[in-house]
Design a protein around this ligand. Structure first.
Ligand code: ADP
Ligand SMILES: N[C@@H](CCOP(=O)(O)O)C(=O)O
Length: 284
């Protein structure tokens, strides 16, 4: 029996659309076993079929290894809420690919897993931290190969996930991001992304507040997240920042004081009773 555990991921981190992401401590745990008959258990019935992303990842892993796909049973236990911007699909894909490597007792080469997983997911920013952990920036080199750079995060920061009671489909949320932007927007995004990485590594919350000002996706996607403006107002009034995790609906709050963080959580939980609010930690 093979067991693979993959963390949730918060992609974009505001300024790094389709390139930045960090692993956080919510997990998808997958068991793969030889079986007489193909089966999938543990997840929603809608995903208990051959389109299942763990199974599809397993198939791609087998293809890469030039092995025939064996008849297996898959059990998926996941703490990662689906379609909430915490990389549930990437966790499934990565678990399936790693599962195939482990099934055939092959070395799990992270670089190879990254290439297969990015091809399946279409963007590298969730799968990279799901594989490497920590805060990752993934980029495509001139040969179409994805490379990863890890960035440090100062341990003075506290992260909180505000998980709404509604889903946002990543496919739908990608359609509303403009395909073209002005060079002034590119310059804004680049400069603020670099400033944000600096602020995350140094613990400079003032710089972080100045740096987190996304103009590529937040202005369009916030319309899909009922309550976004109100949450942002409450967070900013408490000297902290908030961004849309992946394509939403989850929002991640970054604070540098546990008192301020607790005050924000108390206020938000009263106002948004149906939202699940969880403190999370970066998984390195
Ligand atoms: N526990 C699970 N078991 C099986 N498939 C899952 C599970 N969680 C998520 N998925 C797959 O991931 C898809 C959601 O992906 P997506 O819309 O990209 O949202 P997210 O932001 O959570 O990654 C689901 O439609 C399903 O195919
Ligand atoms: N860069 C992607 C990230 C999607 O993350 P998810 O967790 O919502 O799947 C995007 O912004 O579309």
């Amino acid at each position: 029996m093979i067991k693979v555990i993959v963390p949730a991921t918060s992609a974009n981190i505001a300024m790094g659309y389709d390139c930045l992401g960090m692993a956080v401590n919510l997990f998808t745990s997958v068991k793969i076993e030889d079986a007489d008959k193909f089966s999938i258990t543990g997840c929603d019935e809608a995903f208990q079929n051959e389109d299942n992303l763990v199974y599809q990842g397993f198939i791609q892993g087998c293809k890469h290894l030039k092995r025939e796909v064996p008849t297996i049973s898959i059990d998926i236990q996941s703490e990662i809420p689906e379609s909430r911007g915490l990389g549930s699909s990437s966790a499934c894909i990565v678990a399936g690919i790693i599962g195939a490597f482990e099934y055939f007792k092959e070395d799990v080469d992270k670089d190879v897993i990254l290439q297969i997983a990015t091809a399946m997911e279409g963007h590298p920013d969730n799968v990279a931290p799901a594989i490497y952990g920590g805060l990752c920036m993934a980029f495509e080199d001139s040969n179409g190969h994805y490379d990863v750079i890890k960035y440090p995060v100062d341990d003075s920061y506290y992260f909180t996930a505000v998980i709404p009671d509604f889903k946002v489909s990543t496919n739908e949320a990608r359609k509303i991001v403009p395909k073209e932007v002005k060079t002034t927007t590119v310059a804004h995004q680049l400069s603020h992304c670099l400033a944000m990485l600096n602020a995350l590594s140094t613990g400079d919350i003032k710089q972080l507040k100045d740096a987190i000002d996304d103009r590529l996706h937040e202005p369009y996607r916030k319309k899909l997240i009922n309550g976004f403006d109100e949450v942002k107002k409450i967070v900013e009034a408490n000297d902290s920042v908030v961004y849309i995790s992946g394509s939403g609906s989850t929002l991640i709050i970054i604070s540098n004081s546990s008192d301020r963080r607790d005050k924000i959580i108390e206020t938000l939980q009263k106002r948004f009773e149906k939202f699940s609010i969880k403190n999370v930690e970066i998984m390195n």
